[in-house]
Ligand binder design. Structure first.
Ligand SMILES: Nc1ncnc2c1ncn2[C@@H]1O[C@H](COP(=O)(O)OP(=O)(O)OP(=O)(O)O)[C@@H](O)[C@H]1O
Length: 277
């Protein structure tokens, strides 16, 4: 659905991607993780056709995003981290946008706005950052677009809204859709994403399904110093040592995304080795 081959991209002041390749399939919610400034937003903008590769190719739904063809634009929706909203109410905003999306579901949009407790009578420009963001998220999910890209969607959302976000997103995902969520707030994606993609220094460091991660790794708290020494990653916590270890028992437990992320950044070769076992 999204096929990125040997992507090279840089701004005037420096290179961001130096040969990045990545394939994203429908039926998944991807968590795109990485440190500040590693290029998550830049990657999403290349996929959305707002930035163009210097070298290499990006294909989305078989099309070249840089050509900005209607058949591409009406199947993709990007929720950017920073955005402009016009001085209109949410209903009017939808009336202007919906004609560009042949499968737009107006009833679902209204339902999402109610779920997010959006003040419907207020102009978008008079809303808080989090409220504006929730309107954009609602538009993205109701648009019927097959490719939905969200850049730091939970940024600015309060605790209740974050769990509402997870709930509505899980309810919207289907076999036809590819949803990509970029964030460094990994905890917000727990129980939501089914594939983890980590980028660093312009390259893909790690790209695995949650199922595969559960098969090969275990996340546990331990007081056993020998087990801690043999862990792929460990950090002490009040409850004991939080560990990432190779899964040798075949038991599949919960994935701790934050620990996984730290393990990849600190000890990638050993973590990848566990996937070859
Ligand atoms: N418009 C721009 N002009 C020049 N350089 C830019 C521009 N936008 C981003 N960069 C640089 O490109 C690199 C990647 O930035 P990008 O915003 O894609 O990272 P990110 O992973 O999304 O970061 P964050 O997690 O902080 O949002 C950074 O070094 C950044 O300084």
């Amino acid at each position: 659905m999204i096929d990125i081959q040997n992507l090279h991209f840089g701004y005037k002041k420096g290179k961001v991607f130096n040969g990045l390749s990545l394939q994203l399939q429908p039926g998944h919610i991807y968590g795109l993780l990485g440190k500040n400034g590693t290029g998550k937003s830049t990657l999403l903008r290349n996929i959305a056709g707002l930035l163009f590769p210097d070298k290499g190719s990006v294909r989305v739904l078989g099309l070249d995003p840089s050509k900005r063809q209607p058949a591409f634009l009406n199947r993709i929706f990007l929720v950017p981290e920073e955005f402009y909203v016009p001085p209109v109410r949410p209903a009017r905003f939808m009336e202007v946008l919906a004609p560009f999306y042949p499968h737009f579901n107006k009833e679902y949009y209204t339902r999402l706005l109610l779920e997010f407790e959006i003040p419907l009578e207020r102009s978008l420009q008079q809303m808080s950052y989090g409220q504006k963001k929730k309107v954009l998220i609602s538009l993205a999910l109701a648009s019927g677009a097959q490719v939905v890209l969200m850049d730091e969607p939970t940024n600015g959302l309060d605790i209740i809204s974050k769990s509402q976000f997870r709930k509505v997103l899980a309810g919207t995902a289907d076999e036809e859709k590819c949803i990509v969520i970029s964030t460094h707030q990994v905890r917000d994606l727990e129980n939501l994403i089914d594939r983890v993609t980590i980028i660093d220094e312009g390259k893909i460091l790690f790209d695995q399904t949650l199922d595969n991660i559960q098969t090969h790794l275990q996340f546990k708290i331990s007081f056993d110093s020998e087990e801690t020494r043999g862990a792929l990653y460990s950090e002490s916590s009040l409850k004991g040592n939080a560990l990432v270890v190779a899964n040798t028992t075949g038991e599949e437990g919960k994935v701790d995304l934050e620990l996984l992320y730290k393990a990849i950044i600190m000890n990638r070769p050993a973590v990848l080795h566990a996937f070859q076992a």
